[in-house]
Ligand binder design. Structure first.
Ligand code: HSE
Length: 310
């Protein structure tokens, strides 16, 4: 990858949305973007070649060391890959809570690279941007999974066909598909939530899960809401992680009874998500989930968005 700097640029901003990794049935390969919440990075050109984090707006405490903060580390890595020497002041507005399962590390990496892209004479393509952003996921979870990076770059629902080389397939979104995501305020580190997964699965479960993911993707192509509901059952990962989320089984039972197409853990949790056929039902489910978490003594925030809306 060869890029040149536009020396007339003084400042550039990048935004990337939150996302739900796995979308229940596609561990590490399916992802879905959420509108309305995300991370923003502003880069301002410096006269020297240093990277300096000058401002952080975040509910959580974030590191200011260049090699520990995802935004700055991803920019440093990209500049190294591009053989460019250029300095920036970096201002970060972190809208996504840390360790929330809402793709915060991916959003930070993608927002930082979008801001950097503004300084290039020929901006990054989506493929280039996603490949460079994988560095942030490796930092955050020890492994370069692309299921949050892909929707943070492309929006909507995406399939990661391969990691090396990175190949992403944006999937079609049926009109009128809504997503609810609710974040109960308990932290779950992705690294730990990955470490507790079994490394092997029985063949019959592989067969069932393959049928579910294939049916889910077929349902997206045919706008078959009923098939989305049938297919959205995760036999592999959810059973191994749900004990980390207090009240998960009760919440899921109620949410499905209210009419959600499906519900599962967002990424490695603790956030949960549901898909619905209407905004009204999505709002109702969001409220219900928040009040059920509150019964568990946990505060929660909720968002509703039409899937695929830019
Ligand atoms: N696919 C990743 C996991 C997503 O489930 O560990 C992390 O948000």
């Amino acid at each position: 990858m060869k890029k040149e700097i536009n020396n007339t640029m003084e400042t550039s901003e990048g935004f990337a949305p939150a996302s739900c990794g796995n979308v229940a049935v596609g561990y590490d390969i399916l992802g879905m973007a959420f509108k309305g919440v995300g991370d923003q990075v502003t880069l301002t050109r410096r006269r020297d070649e240093a990277l300096v984090i000058t401002a952080i707006e975040s509910k959580d405490s974030l590191p200011k060391e260049i090699d520990k903060n995802i935004c700055s580390a991803v920019i440093a890595h990209a500049l190294e890959e591009l053989h460019l020497s250029i300095g920036f002041d970096i201002a970060i507005r972190k809208g996504i809570a840390l360790s929330s399962g809402m793709g915060g590390s991916a959003a930070s990496a993608v927002a930082a690279l979008r801001a950097l892209s503004g300084f290039l004479i020929e901006p990054f393509t989506n493929e280039e941007l996603a490949s460079l952003a994988l560095h942030g996921e490796t930092m955050a979870s020890g492994e370069p999974h692309g299921d949050n990076i892909a929707p943070a770059v492309y929006g909507g629902i995406t399939l990661v066909r391969s990691i090396d080389p990175l190949k992403i397939i944006p999937l079609p979104i049926p009109k009128g598909l809504y997503a609810v995501v609710v974040h109960p305020q308990i932290p779950i580190e992705t690294k730990g939530a990955r470490a507790l997964l079994k490394k092997e699965i029985p063949l019959f479960m592989h067969v069932k899960q393959s049928a579910n993911i294939a049916s889910f993707i077929a349902a997206l192509y045919t706008s078959d809401f009923s098939l989305i509901g049938d297919a959205l059952a995760d036999l592999l990962i959810e059973p191994q992680r749900k004990h980390l989320i207090p009240g998960f089984d009760t919440i899921k039972k109620e949410v499905l009874a209210l009419g959600a197409l499906g519900m599962s853990i967002s990424g490695s949790g603790p956030s949960v998500f549901a898909l619905t056929e209407s905004q009204e039902l999505a709002e109702k489910i969001s409220q219900r989930m928040i009040s059920l978490f509150s019964k568990e003594g946990i505060e929660a925030d909720g968002w509703v968005s039409m899937v695929g809306e830019e």
